[in-house]
Design a protein around this ligand. Sequence first.
Ligand SMILES: Cc1cc2nc3c(=O)[nH]c(=O)nc-3n(C[C@H](O)[C@H](O)[C@H](O)COP(=O)(O)O)c2cc1C
Length: 166
Amino acid sequence: MTNLSYDAKMREAMQALTQWGAFLTTSADGAQNTMAIGWGSIGFAWGKPLFTVLVRNTRYTHELLEKATEFVVSIPLTDHMQKELDYCGTQSGRDKDKFRTSNLKTAPGQKVSVPIIAGCQLHYECRILTSLPISLDELHESCHQWYADDYHILYVGEILACYEIA
Ligand SMILES: Cc1cc2nc3c(=O)[nH]c(=O)nc-3n(C[C@H](O)[C@H](O)[C@H](O)COP(=O)(O)O)c2cc1C
């Protein structure tokens, strides 16, 4: 395991995220869940490194994030976890425990109580700083095509740890 600066693998992270996706894992009230994400951004504000994820309000993950204080983004840098990403991107934790019904394995986080997804090379452990709901009134019309009525909420996490596991 190699600890990294939050921006050391930014290009690789964004390529993987947009090509096949990543796992967004969170927990609240004793429940734990992970879903696939394909959008997100790594940045810097308030003197802190940030990972911002976009979660639609119908997701069980959204329900958990509203009560959670932390999340983890685990990114496979190759497409070897395509099957698991498809599963976590089509099944809801509202209906089933995805950890019990798939081959997914977890490992403890370093700085947060949310686990990482084993088998992914890159991990971002985050503390939630704020959440920002998307409002169509304030969104440029070139982005409206992505919405009917299920809007995203942006969750802005401070990156507390970023590391690679070979
Ligand atoms: C590759 C991929 C990327 C996805 N990206 C997102 C995303 O960025 N935001 C989102 O809200 N849903 C995204 N989804 C859909 C969710 O992963 C999917 O609805 C999932 O079943 C939600 O799980 P949950 O109800 O357990 O939270 C994506 C799905 C796939 C397959």
